[in-house]
Design a protein around this ligand. Structure first.
Ligand code: C5P
Length: 334
């Protein structure tokens, strides 16, 4: 007999096919409209009963992940514990007794502080793993609510696929699109960007007069005096409905890109190289500094990945496809 004590969950990275950022809100967040897209670069998260809560991180960029209470996966465990104690939890007969604590082990392949929501992915995986460990008390809608309390991108990592995000990104609607598989190349940068710093840089660029921006070549997407409320790009949505990668490539957009470029100017060269090498579209992933390129096929993606790594414009590359599902439990090996 196999005794299973832990639950393993696999969770994807995300990119944003559109990221339209509005003005800062009273709570410091920015209202946004985004089209999230989950891609096949996965972290694996294991939750096991333990004497007290703790986390171990291994793999890509592990040293940069906090292992104290700031860790997003541990914050997700705390949010779930609070939610299962509340009225949202179903008192299922099968529910097991909560362990005193949970140890979370994160095997990272999604680079840290790269614009791919790796920390949010780990938080979503911890929610799914602990919910299973504790008897599956929360339904998906209640898990999504708990996720939204942990971070703006956590709910999407639960859902996966391609989805429109509103609010600060946590209000999700799955995108209606045919089952097209898109082939992407991710170019990982030699460096990191902090998401709050990139949003702050965008606010500064938008506040600066056009004269201050002249000569820096920064394309600031919204007109002065203040940014408009963001709207969904109907061109991108019809491109996604058509399943035509060429149209999708031309419709990619990211309001955070000028801010990321202002903080990490070398990314201009990376984006230009990918386009010269035949990408159908290129943009900075979320708050960066990873750059994303859309290829016409799996073969073109391989060519592009090989050429990009030879061009010396990034630290390393990965080929991924999307969309893929959100956080899923990996069945134990019998
Ligand atoms: O929600 P999350 O913790 O992932 O956000 C990280 C930071 O990114 C926030 O503290 C905020 O500075 C910025 N942010 C924002 N507006 C959003 C999402 C994130 O300003 N919609």
């Amino acid at each position: 007999m196999t005794i299973v004590t832990g639950v393993t969950v696999r969770v994807p990275a995300k990119i944003n096919l559109q990221l339209a950022v509005g003005p800062p809100r009273a709570d410091g967040y920015h209202s946004l409209v985004t089209v999230f897209h989950a891609v096949s670069l996965f972290d694996e998260v294991i939750a096991e009963p333990a004497g007290r809560d703790g986390v171990t991180v291994t793999g890509e960029g592990a040293a940069r992940v906090p292992v104290g209470p700031d860790n997003l996966a541990l914050r997700a465990v705390a949010a779930l514990r609070q939610a299962v104690a509340g009225p949202a939890a179903s008192r299922r007969a099968s529910a097991r007794v909560d362990p005193a604590g949970v140890h979370i082990t994160i095997a990272k392949r999604i680079p840290v502080a790269a614009g791919l929501a790796g920390g949010s992915a780990d938080a979503a995986a911890a929610l799914v793993a602990c919910n299973e460990l504790w008897g599956g008390r929360l339904s998906q809608p209640h898990l999504l609510e708990a996720a939204a309390r942990v971070g703006s991108d956590v709910a999407f990592a639960l859902l996966g696929g391609t989805a429109v995000g509103r609010g600060r990104g946590e209000r999700l609607t799955p995108a209606l699109a045919p089952a097209t598989r898109y082939h992407w190349v991710l170019a990982f940068a030699d460096g990191h960007l902090s998401t709050p710093e990139v949003y702050a840089a965008l606010d500064r660029l938008r506040t600066a007069g056009p004269a201050n921006r002249a000569g820096r070549g920064e394309r600031v997407p919204r007109d002065q005096p203040g940014p408009a409320e963001p709207g969904l790009d109907t061109g991108l949505m019809s491109a996604l409905r058509s399943g035509d990668a060429g149209l999708v490539g031309r419709a990619l957009s990211n309001d955070l890109q000028p801010a990321a470029l202002s903080l990490f100017p070398a990314l201009r060269k990376t984006l230009a190289a990918g386009l010269e090498l035949g990408a159908l579209g290129a943009l900075v992933a979320g708050s960066g500094p990873t750059c994303v390129f859309l290829a016409a096929s799996a073969e073109r993606a391989l060519d592009l990945a090989v050429s990009m790594s030879g061009a010396g414009v990034c630290r390393s590359v990965a080929r991924v496809t999307g969309p893929v599902p959100g956080a899923v439990i990996v069945p134990p090996v019998k």
